[in-house]
Write a protein that binds this ligand. Sequence first.
Ligand code: AQP
Length: 331
Amino acid sequence: MKRVFSGIQPTGIPHLGNYLGAIRNWVSLQDDHECIFCLVDLHAITVWQNPADLREQTRQQTAVLLASGIDPVGQILFNQSAVSAHARLAWIFNCVARLGWLNRMTQFKDKAGKDRENHSAGLYVYPNLMAADIMAYQATRVPVGDDQRQHIELANDIAQKFNHDYGVEFFQTIEAFVPPEAARVMSLRDGTKKMSKSDASAQSRIDMTDDADMIALKIRRAKTDPEPLPGSAEGLEGRPEARNLVGLYAVLSGLSVDQVLAQHGGEGFGPFKQALTDVLVSKIEPIALETRRLLADTGHLDAVLRDGAARAGAIAEPIVSRVEEIVGFLK
Ligand code: AQP
């Protein structure tokens, strides 16, 4: 059975984009993979996180993952900082990766923008930590969004250089696995930007803890254009907000975009938004209710993470110890 490593940053409440683009696929991967699910809090602090918020967000994410169907007993669910192997291997990889490789990472350029000098060194070496996350478990499959492919290529470059420099065949090639039905969900306020936890506008995203009224309000306020819905997918060209809402309806109802437009083409956004709200509420409300129930018992959530960390550590410790020996650290 292939071992899969998947991470999500506890930088806020998971939103519909995280759910449709990642969490939902993680749940189905559990059927035929050995899965390690990680709340990557070391990655989260590459941009400032209020300590109390970080703790709360880590629990919120744990609750959303469990409520969505992640199995913490058959699989492993833990927070990254609880297993020191990640940071130890990341340091070694900081010394293997070349600056030129990191300079090419488009995600750093996007996140840092023009104000590059004022970002943390951690944000810059983020891909090295991501490589360590995967290789500490010798995982060979990583489900990622399209935007993360470049980081997986970098991880493979690090693995090859490590093997070459130390004359070993220790790390295997990692395969980026972009699930076929992975959806890219865009902001409800701007159809050209992805839905994001760190967007300043709470109206831009549907949180997985939103209740039916909140979902209805956010969809009612979602940006649209004045035209009615087109009859086929070509008519969505140049209409990013309409495309996003129709795409969401399609993914949530298991239809193609053309099938949705065959049903709703010619309608104004009023009735369509009502139909979208109904399908969203039917998917999200049960998860939101279960999340709230789980959050009432933080002791249980902490115990789940502790148990996961112990089992994750038992896999990673011998692998990273062996790497340290290869490098020449005296044991
Ligand atoms: N809008 C999205 N549509 C589809 N998939 C998405 N993911 C994130 N946003 C969307 C996927 O969710 C997984 C976990 O993401 P993450 O929290 O590790 O980092 P992120 O991609 O940076 O997510 P956010 O919400 O935008 O967080 P912030 O605002 O903190 O940077 C990944 O698999 C990601 O592809």
